[in-house]
Design a protein around this ligand. Structure first.
Ligand code: PMP
Length: 298
């Protein structure tokens, strides 16, 4: 597969996009990232993603050598160069090359790269029929140890959770915090529906403040649903009428089985479907136009 990757100020071929093995992003997970989607030539909620990236950077004392506006333009240019109208973008900023010591102060400066490729997290069939999930034994990192609001390259907690899902033969895992409250999925936020009211865990429990989550809350309000951000347990998930996950990579995916408990009748429910439809419409109308479809298809 050939693609143009933005790497430290220039566009290079996929095979030539290389970083030093001394980069602390690799040695220590010292860096940050964003996942962003493009729909019909629109970069969805680009400003929000870039703002979250710069918030993460500030939190870990990492200087990004571009302004937020410049970064937005670099993302759009990466999409244009690859002539994509639909894509998943991975924007990464690492601490940069240093030595084998942990101190970031020796590092020579942030490395920035942007990849734009096609990505579907689950097979299309599962978006229609729903996925299965298990609760992971691994708990979410405590917010006072590594705040999950920092979208850092340190994703081992999430990787371990995904491994548990697959080892159990499920598509995804639901993660709890150390107090036993439901937090989110391995890389998605979670919603449950009971008696037409939506519930999603408050971010302070240890969830990422998802941009898709915020979009779904807005759309649910527009459709007239009540949304409550409050803690809930596994039991509440088992007895929910509907369960679904949201995220830039996963988009909105229904969950129809959790720890072998079938959710309601085992099919995606009406609230999930209504929100899925609203989400699809909204992703195609909000955002930053990078080019028209006609321009992209040569
Ligand atoms: N939680 C985690 C742990 C994630 O990695 C992601 C994906 N970035 C999300 C939630 C969903 O966030 P968003 O909707 O902003 O992609």
């Amino acid at each position: 597969m050939s693609s143009q990757i933005f790497l430290n100020g220039e566009f290079v071929e996929r095979d030539d996009a290389k970083l030093s093995v001394f980069d602390h992003g690799l040695l220590y997970g010292d860096g940050i990232f964003e996942g962003i989607r493009v729909y019909d030539g629109n970069v969805f909620k680009l400003a929000e993603h870039i703002r979250r990236l710069y918030d993460s950077a500030k939190s870990i004392l990492l200087d990004i050598p571009y302004t937020q506006d410049e970064m937005c333009e670099l993302v759009c240019e990466t999409v244009r160069r690859n002539a994509l109208t639909g894509a998943y973008i991975r924007l990464v900023v690492t601490r940069g090359p240093g030595d084998l010591g942990i101190s970031p102060y020796i590092c020579k400066g942030a490395q920035v790269f942007i990849i734009a490729e096609q990505l579907s997290m689950f097979p299309q069939k599962l978006y229609e029929e729903g996925i299965t999930a298990v609760t992971a034994a691994t708990r979410r990192n405590r917010t006072d140890a590594l705040n999950p609001k920092i979208k850092s390259l340190n994703y081992l907690n999430n990787v371990l959770i995904k491994i548990e899902a697959q080892a159990a033969g499920a598509n995804e895992a639901i993660v709890l915090n150390t107090e036993g409250y439901v937090v989110e999925g391995s890389g998605e936020n979670i919603f449950i529906v009971r008696d037409n009211v939506l519930y999603t865990p408050p971010a302070y429990l240890g969830a990422l403040e998802g941009i898709t989550r915020a979009t779904i809350i807005e759309l649910a309000h527009e459709l007239g649903y009540v949304v409550k951000e409050e803690p809930f347990t596994r039991h509440d998930v088992y007895v929910a009428d509907e369960v679904f996950l949201t995220g830039t990579a996963a988009e909105l995916v229904p969950v129809v089985e959790v720890d072998k408990r079938v959710v309601a009748d085992g099919h995606p429910g009406p609230v999930t479907k209504a929100l899925h439809q609203a989400f699809q419409q909204c992703t195609r109308h909000v955002g930053m136009k990078v080019y028209s479809k006609e321009e992209a298809i040569s």
